[in-house]
Design a protein. Sequence first.
Length: 288
Amino acid sequence: QEQYLTQRNNIQTSENQYVYKFGIYGWRKRCLYFFVLLLMILLLLNLALTIWILKVMNFTKDGMGQLRITDKGLRLEGPSEFLQPLYAKEIRSREDNPLYLQSSRNVTVSIRNSQHQIVTQLIAGSEAIEARGKRFEVISDTNKLLFSAEDSEVVVGVDRLRVLGAEGAVFERSIETPHIRAEPFKGLRLESPTRSLILEAPKGVEIQAEAGNLLATCQNELKLESEDGEIRLEAGKIKLPRLPMGSYTSSPSARQNIFEVCVCSNGKLFLSQAGAGSTCQINSSVCL
């Protein structure tokens, strides 16, 4: 019996040597619980922040904040600010509402070709509005050309061009027009302060003053020239008060207070006392 008990105790002792404990115990268990609790807290904070952002940004099924997603595109309600370039096929306002483009510096509208090169550009700045392109046009609502500008010419297509400046219009080069007319009850003045004023036309120049006077003054010479036609002065009275007077003759055939206008070969005019015949040859010394 003692030998049996000794053998049983030895067997139990050998079995106890091969028993292992499974699980996390001690400080490892406490650290695991701490990390799980921290993860749950972060998860709840993340969820709370997400809900707060959705509420503040006003996220709905139709859009976010003032941005609405519709079948026709995006709709912005109220003022909008873009910090980066905006690319869109069409930008328009709501019906019966204006569209405002506002910037603290300038507003630039650029049109590019297929090679991404700028071909047309409109810059609205604080000091000036610049338009760059091959051609600039202004067209009325009736599809009539009002104004166009390009490298070769500038065209004004209106029926009447009004210049409201007190000094009028200044042209540094020549001007070509079929008609120059002043406004009703106002005078028309063509002036060249320091140079010559030349009026030319292939079929003639006509100057009319139907309800006023016609005054032409110059510093040196006033020249009227017609190469193939004639120079016609149509008036009830034509006065040349400062023409030089030819030598006086006491011929009995001379008529008192009656004079004739003589023309020299160089185009100079002078007066000669009229007689029974022409007295221009007698006073030809005036032409010298």
